[in-house]
Design a protein around this ligand. Structure first.
Ligand code: IPM
Ligand code: MN
Length: 368
């Protein structure tokens, strides 16, 4: 077996996080063996689990573990147990947002893919999603209303005044736009900038900056859409889009919409990237406390996040492709967890689904 080429911080978190992570690590083992490489997997605490054990959602030792790693494989955080904490201490906000900021993860890739065999899972009418679709949302992740200053609540008269700031600088727009153009080069070569340029100053700067950068990518077609229209088009004809480039909040909202239209949150991975190879990879769905511990959660979002990680942080493209092919093969041959089973159809558990995917990789049927 080849030497260890890097270290992965494994942060399972809460809810279904630990069980889908355990299942995913079996797939990781299968792909390491079949592709002849070995990574070092190191577990750390995050989210509610970290609050319970260490008193905070992102303990210093977890940050240190991530700093010493090439990538973070993240599960999901949050749950009813921690919902009564002050908003700033809740797992989602106190773990995810600082991780994005500390590691400069400015580009968030959220593919929303509807497999042709699963069009029945989409809430859209069959004729709108016939043949499935494949849309990539590239969301700016460290700017805009999430982090812009001022951000505060002050007393005003007999009440209060709260402000969030949507501010962007040219360089912040440029770096995420490069990510979107490069992604489009490997896809259908179309980028759509989502903005609100009829109202927002920051959107005018987005348009100007993205247009100027487009000159560097003559093979890519670029168009623009207002965010309200984009929300509408995503439910009318999601297949018309290739890459949707969004500022932070627009991307947050539209990626949930795209995920819903794609049928199940349990299928969608994501990658958060910065300047170098380091990245954080996580399922797009949440911790799903309602089904946690039952062994029925769909592990595919986590498994496809593993594939993204191997591809983007470790350059193991063939391994990533073999995971994707194994997932597609399992789906094609009727393997279903409860979230993607038709009514009355038999479904498999988390472990069984991951086991089938690992088996396909090991037997080489995961290779294209
Ligand atoms: C997401 C989540 C987070 C966000 C929350 C939990 C802070 O909704 O990753 O999309 O808004 O970015
Ligand atoms: Mn969100």
């Amino acid at each position: 077996m080849a030497e260890a080429k890097g270290k992965v911080a494994v942060l399972s978190g809460d809810g279904i996080g630990p069980e889908v992570m355990e299942a995913t690590l079996r797939v990781a083992e299968a792909v390491e063996t079949s592709h002849g490489f070995k990574l070092e997997w190191k577990k750390g605490l995050v989210g509610g689990a970290a609050i319970d054990a260490k008193g905070k959602a992102l303990p210093d030792e977890t940050v240190e573990l991530c700093k010493s790693s090439t990538a973070v494989l993240f599960g999901s955080v949050g749950g009813p147990k921690w919902e009564s904490l002050p908003p700033n201490e809740q797992p989602e906000r106190a773990a995810l947002l600082p991780l994005r900021k500390i590691f400069g993860l400015f580009a968030n890739l959220r593919p929303a893919v509807l497999y042709p065999e699963l069009t029945g899972c989409s809430p859209l009418r069959p004729e709108r999603v016939a043949g499935g679709f494949d849309v990539l949302i590239v969301r700016e992740l460290t700017g805009g209303l999430y982090f812009g200053q001022p951000k505060e609540t002050v007393k005003k008269g007999s009440g209060e005044r709260a402000v969030d700031t949507m501010a962007y600088e040219t360089h912040e727009i440029e770096r995420v736009t490069e990510v979107a153009f490069r992604a489009a080069e490997e896809r259908k070569k179309r980028v759509t900038l989502v903005d609100k340029a009829n109202v927002l100053e920051s959107s005018l700067l987005w348009r100007k900056t993205v247009k100027a950068l487009a000159a560097k990518y003559p093979g890519i077609s670029l168009d623009f859409i207002y965010v309200d229209n984009a929300a509408m088009q995503l439910v009318r004809d999601p297949g018309r889009f290739d890459v949707l480039l969004c500022e932070n909040l627009f991307g947050d909202i539209l990626s949930d919409e795209a995920a819903a239209v794609a049928g199940s949150l349990g299928m969608l991975p994501s990658a958060s990237l910065g300047q170098g190879r380091f990245g954080l990879y996580e399922p797009s769905g949440g911790s799903a406390p309602d089904i946690a511990g039952k062994g029925i959660a769909n592990p595919i979002a986590q498994i496809l996040s593993l594939a993204l990680m191997l591809d983007m942080s470790f350059g193991q493209r063939a391994a990533a492709e073999s995971i994707r092919a194994a997932v597609a093969g399992a789906i094609r041959e009727g393997w279903r967890t409860a979230d993607i089973a038709s009514p009355g159809e038999k479904s498999q558990g988390t472990r069984e689904m991951a086991g089938e995917i690992a088996r396909r990789i090991a037997s080489g049927s995961g290779k294209r």
